[in-house]
Design a protein around this ligand. Structure first.
Ligand code: PGA
Length: 251
């Protein structure tokens, strides 16, 4: 943890949640005040729930975000959603470059950079995800992969106010596996160096989240690691009790 940076606990609901999930979100809103001293909270539900959730969250200590956007503001792109539409619905942050988008939809760094710029154009924070696969890790390529993804996915003009970086080792997502604290410290330190060398003082203040099988039982240890400024949480963010317990684990 870098002292001056306020942690962000962000939930990525992925393709989970019908209208009835509003009850779980209500429980998050109700519990948020208790953890507001620890961290900022953000929930990224499916796009279909953003408007309803952001109405509920008005005046509460939970932000609402989106999981992806199209790089263009409008046009003939059937099935896609523009950053402007997500912000219009109430999103204040947009995740881009999640490994499931990179793998399932073949998204590469240049497209992800354009999506991050689209988030900014619409007035949202971009949460850019990076992370190595198991095969890349086994081949000793982790740092090279991360360097390439950061270089290619982060736009010029990134600041602590418009960008969050999430390090999510692909092999740790949804598997119950996590890197050791030592590994996280080494990798987050490496990412921090790249951010400060490219973005100077802003790079030192950009929030750097860890993601991949974060749960209440490991959150305190992971959130205490140097240069870990919060978490991006998938499975455990679907339950208010777990999501809030993770936030409570922030130092
Ligand atoms: P997980 O997912 O917490 O379920 O491992 C993390 C993510 O994909 O953001």
């Amino acid at each position: 943890m870098t002292d001056a940076i306020r942690p962000l606990i962000a939930g990525n609901w992925k393709m989970n949640g019908l209208k009835a999930a509003a009850a779980e979100f209500d429980a998050m809103l109700n519990g948020a005040a208790e953890v507001a001293g620890k961290a900022d909270l953000l929930v990224c539900p499916p796009a279909t729930l953003i408007a309803a959730f952001s109405d509920k969250a008005r005046g509460k200590a939970v932000g609402v975000g989106a999981q992806d956007c199209h790089p263009k503001p409008s046009g003939a792109h059937t099935g896609d959603v523009a950053a402007e539409m997500l912000v219009d619905a109430g999103a204040t942050a947009i995740i881009v470059g999640h490994s499931e988008r990179r793998a399932d939809h073949g998204e590469g760094d240049a497209l992800i950079r354009h999506k991050a710029e689209a988030a900014w154009r619409a007035g949202a924070v971009a949460i850019v995800c990076i992370g190595e696969t198991q095969a890349q890790r086994d081949a000793g390529q982790t740092l090279d992969i991360l360097r390439g993804q950061l270089h290619g996915s982060l736009p010029e003009g990134s600041t602590a106010a418009n960008l969050v970086v999430a390090y999510e080792p692909v092999w740790a997502i949804g598997t119950g596996l996590t890197p050791t604290s030592q590994d996280v410290e080494q990798i987050h330190g490496f990412i921090r160096e790249l951010l400060t060398s490219r973005f100077k003082a802003d790079g030192a203040a950009i929030r750097l989240l860890y993601g991949g099988s974060v749960k209440p039982s490991n959150a305190a240890e992971l959130m205490a690691v140097k240069n870990v400024n919060g978490a991006l949480i998938g499975g455990a963010s679907l339950k208010a009790a777990d999501f809030l317990a993770i936030a409570k684990g922030c130092p």
